[in-house]
Design a protein around this ligand. Structure first.
Ligand SMILES: NC(=O)c1ccc[n+]([C@@H]2O[C@H](COP(=O)([O-])OP(=O)(O)OC[C@H]3O[C@@H](n4cnc5c(N)ncnc54)[C@H](O)[C@@H]3O)[C@@H](O)[C@H]2O)c1
Length: 366
């Protein structure tokens, strides 16, 4: 079966051999409930919703390298099968192109899985501002379906949440137990944060009330090869503009800062957090702590690409919508995940930028 972006919807397949799917040799349905789960002879299967997306494709790669079987569920709304092209020779990677809003589809796939990574979501500030109904419905309803179906079989679930849930909080660095400070409901951008906060409440409630093992991860800005710039993600947008000698459009005055973490570091935390029952019922920040202003980011991209581009500022009202609110700083306190896993970032911002530049250069010649 083709792995091109135009792959048919509502289909199931193997990236190499269609339509059959290698059944993994499983001996236990739930690694958290079985201490033999890490015996090397045992083959485990992960279900990754949103697996054809940016982070999902990197997580698939990591889990396969650790000997897992991986099944992806994705509706290709923002993801693409081309993100998995380099893994197409691996018969342990299988997929279903459909929506995780479907209880029937999710129920069948959860049956075969040992753990579930729920990454599917409507992502990207532009998408959220332009399509708030889709954002709220996708993010809340899909999570309800995944948790409900996983609870029937007691399959552990990791929920990908976001640093956006800290909202306008000024209590930096953001700690997992800190207050969440949301803006008015009339400002569309907060619908993403609120929908993800509901996902978190629901995941933690399933653990407390129904003993479904859940782990919540709040991802801070995650970047790397294969991230699309189509929905407003700043790093791929800057890199593409710089490579084409177009203006880099900095929103606001550019003094707002962010911390960008390489996706390869992020997926290690995701995989390891599902490897030990001690993390169940917990919320973890995962991200880099090196702050950079968006203006400096633009300058670094221009320098690294040796571009002729100009850097221009665009008011938020013009870039998004009238009254758009942004956070000036967003820095994680990562002590909890560091202590839990010994996790550390291994790549600097310049490493990330070099990787994205190299990737975007190859993409432009394909
Ligand atoms: N990239 C970041 O910086 C970042 C930061 C915070 C949180 N997150 C979270 O990480 C997760 C993955 O984000 P990403 O950056 O890889 O974005 P992405 O858009 O590349 O991945 C999301 C994937 O979900 C799929 N999807 C959307 N709706 C679906 C549905 N109804 N059914 C099945 N699949 C569906 C999309 O097609 C896409 O492949 C999301 O939950 C996002 O909220 C990402």
């Amino acid at each position: 079966m083709s792995v091109d972006p135009g792959a048919e919807r509502a289909c199931t397949g193997n990236l190499l051999l269609s339509p059959s799917r290698d059944a993994p040799n499983r001996t236990s349905p739930n690694p958290f409930l079985d201490t033999r789960a890490r015996v090397p002879a045992r083959v485990s299967q992960a279900l990754i919703t949103g697996g054809a997306g940016f982070i999902g494709s990197h997580l698939s790669e990591l889990l396969l390298s650790r000997g897992w079987h991986v099944h992806l569920l994705d509706d290709l709304s923002t993801g693409a099968m081309s993100n998995l092209r380099h893994l197409r020779e691996d018969p342990r990677l299988t997929y279903t192109i459909d929506t995780c809003a479907s209880s029937r589809v999710v129920s069948e796939l959860v049956d075969d899985a040992d753990v579930v990574y729920h990454l599917a979501a409507a992502v990207g500030v532009e998408l959220i501002v332009e399509s708030p109904v889709r954002t709220i419905e996708t993010n809340v309803h899909c999570t309800e379906v995944v948790l409900e179906q996983a609870a029937k079989k007691r399959k552990p679930v990791l929920i990908a949440s976001t640093s956006e849930v800290y909202g306008k909080s000024l209590a930096l660095p953001f700690h997992e137990d800190g207050d969440l400070v949301m803006g008015a409901t009339s400002k569309g951008r907060w619908s993403y944060a609120c929908s993800k906060a509901i996902d978190e409440f629901l995941a933690l409630a399933y653990w407390k009330e129904r003993k479904l093992p859940t782990v919540v991860v709040r991802l801070f800005n995650t970047v790397g090869p294969r991230q699309t710039g189509q929905y407003g993600m700043v790093v791929p947008n800057f890199v593409r503009s710089a490579l084409a000698d177009r203006d880099l459009r900095v929103h606001g005055d550019g003094t707002q800062t962010r911390c960008f973490c390489h996706v390869s570091d992020v997926v290690v935390a995701l995989a390891d957090l599902m490897d030990d029952e001690r993390h169940v019922g917990e919320v973890y920040n995962v991200g880099a702590t090196e702050e950079v202003s968006i203006r400096d980011l633009a300058e670094r991209v221009v320098a690294l690409t040796e571009s002729e581009s100009e850097i221009v500022t665009v008011p938020y009202d013009e870039a998004y919508e009238e009254g758009f609110e942004d956070m000036m700083r967003r820095v994680p306190d990562t002590a909890k995940v560091e202590q839990a896993l010994g996790w550390q970032t291994t790549r600097s911002l310049d490493d990330v930028l070099r990787d994205v530049i190299a990737f975007e250069k190859t993409r432009s010649v394909i």
